[in-house]
Design a protein around this ligand. Sequence first.
Ligand SMILES: Nc1ncnc2c1ncn2[C@@H]1O[C@H](COP(=O)(O)OP(=O)(O)OP(=O)(O)O)[C@@H](O)[C@H]1O
Ligand SMILES: [Mg+2]
Length: 483
Amino acid sequence: MNINSKTNSIVMETDATKKTSFPQNKFTVLILDDEKHFTEELNEFLQNNGFQAIEANTANQGLSVLKKQKIDLLILDVRLPGSDGLDILKEVKEKYPDMEVIIVSAHGDMDTVIKAMRLGAIDYLRKPFRHIDIQIAIERTQKFLYLQQKMKKIEEKDSLISKSLEERIGRHFVGVSRQIMDVLEVAMTASQYSDTNVLITGESGTGKENIARIIHFASTRKDNLFWAVNSSAITDSLLESEFFGHKKGSFTGAIADKKGFFEICDQGTLFLDEIADMPLNLQAKILRAIEEKKITPVGDTNKISTDFRIISATNHDLDKLVEEKKFRLDLIHRLNTLHIHLPPLRERPEDIEPLLLYFAKDFAMKFNKHTPQIDKDVIQALKKYDFPGNVRELKNMTERAIILSNGGPLGVQNFPVKLKSKSSKFVSSIKLNLEENEMELIRLALHNCEYNQKATAEILGISRDALIRKMKKFNIVIKKNGD
Ligand SMILES: Nc1ncnc2c1ncn2[C@@H]1O[C@H](COP(=O)(O)OP(=O)(O)OP(=O)(O)O)[C@@H](O)[C@H]1O
Ligand SMILES: [Mg+2]
C-alpha cells in the first residue's frame, strides 16, 4: 500500500496531539504533515508496528507536542502551509538535538535534500513511498540512536572509571604538597600516552614503584601485565634469557621454550627497577629492543614483535653514571621521554601528617585495633627528622608504633627518631675547627629544639648553665621568633 500526497488537508486539532502521557520507553514518533489523510494512515501503520505515534497537521501543533513530551523521531513534511519545513527542522534540531528527523516531501529536489541533511535530518523520503521504505528508515534511525546511546554509556562509564581511579589514587598515594600534586599530574599525563617511556627518579622509599603502578593502571595497558624487574636480583648469566626468552636446548638447563620479560609484557608495562645496576652489555640489547620493538630469544633466529612500554626507576644520579661510563647516554634518552622526580620526604614536610594519619588508620585496621589519636608534637618532631628512608621509613615506624600501642594516644616516645641534622649540607661543609663547629652545633640544636634552652642543653649533653655560658661566648642571641 502507498501513502499518497493527494490533498491539501484541513488543519485540525487531532486527539493525538492532546495525549501527552505516552509510556516513554516506547519509540515515539511524531508525524507532522498538513495532509490529514497521510498522517492518519502513517499513524495507523506505525501503531500496528509497535511504535507510539502522534499526529500533527500544523507547525504550531507539532511544536506544542514537542514541548509537552519527549519525541524520538519526527517525520516532517518539508512543505507546510505558512511555514517552511526546513526552518522548522533547524529550530527543532537546535531545541531537541537528541531527536532525529526524517524529512518527507512530494516535491523532492536535490537542493532541499542537501539542505535538510546539512541541518541534521537523518533521512529523506520522497512521497509517495511504500510502508516498507518508512519502516526501513525508522529502523535505521533506531539503530543509530541505539549505537549513540551505547557510546554515551561507554563514555560515561569511562569517565566514572577515571574518576574512581583518581579517587583511588588520591586515597593510596597520599600527599598534599605542591611537589606531589605535580608528580601526580605528570603521572596522569603519562598514563594517557601509553607508549611513552617514563623514567622515575628519587631516593629510596619515595614511592617510585607506586607511581609506576599508578601510571600503568590508569593507562589503556591496564588489562595487561605490569611486570617489575630488578635486574640486580638476577644473575648475570641469566639476564639475557630472562629479558629476551630462550628456545629449548639453547643452553644447559633450557629444558623448554621460555618467554622473556619483553614478550610477556606485550601490550603491558615492563617496570625496570634500579636500572643503574644494569650491566652495559644488557643496556645495549635493551636499547635495540626498545628501538625495534622486536626481540630475538636466546637460541632463536626469528624476531618476535612485542608492544611493551617501559617505566624505569633509579635512585642514582644517571648523569654521573654516564660520565663514569657505567650507563649509556643513548639508553637514557630512550627511557626518559617523560621524567618524574619524587622529592625526598624531608623536602615536603607538609606530607608527613597526612601520610602518618593514613598509615596509622591502615595499620590499625589491619591489626584490628582502634585508630589511635596522635599527639601534635609527634608531627612537630617528625618534621624535624631527616627521613633517610623516606615514606617507607615513616610507614615502618608507624607500623611499629601501632603494634606496640596499648590503645592510648601516640606520643613522641612512640616514634623514636634521631635529631634531625642538616646532615649532608653540614657534613660536606664541615671545617675541622673545633670552636667553629661547637658554635654551629649549638645553633643547629637550638633551631631543632625551637629555641627551647632546656631541650637544647639536653640534646647537646650539657647543663643549661653551660649552654647559656657558651651562647654568651659565641654571642648567640635568641630573638623572639628565632635566631
Ligand atoms: N605518597 C605515598 N602514599 C602512600 N604510600 C606511599 C607513598 N609513597 C610511598 N609509599 C609507600 O612507601 C613504600 C615505599 O614505596 P616504593 O616501594 O614505591 O618506593 P621506591 O621509591 O620504589 O623505593 P626503592 O627505591 O627503595 O625501591 C611502599 O610501601 C609504598 O606503598
Ligand atoms: Mg622501588
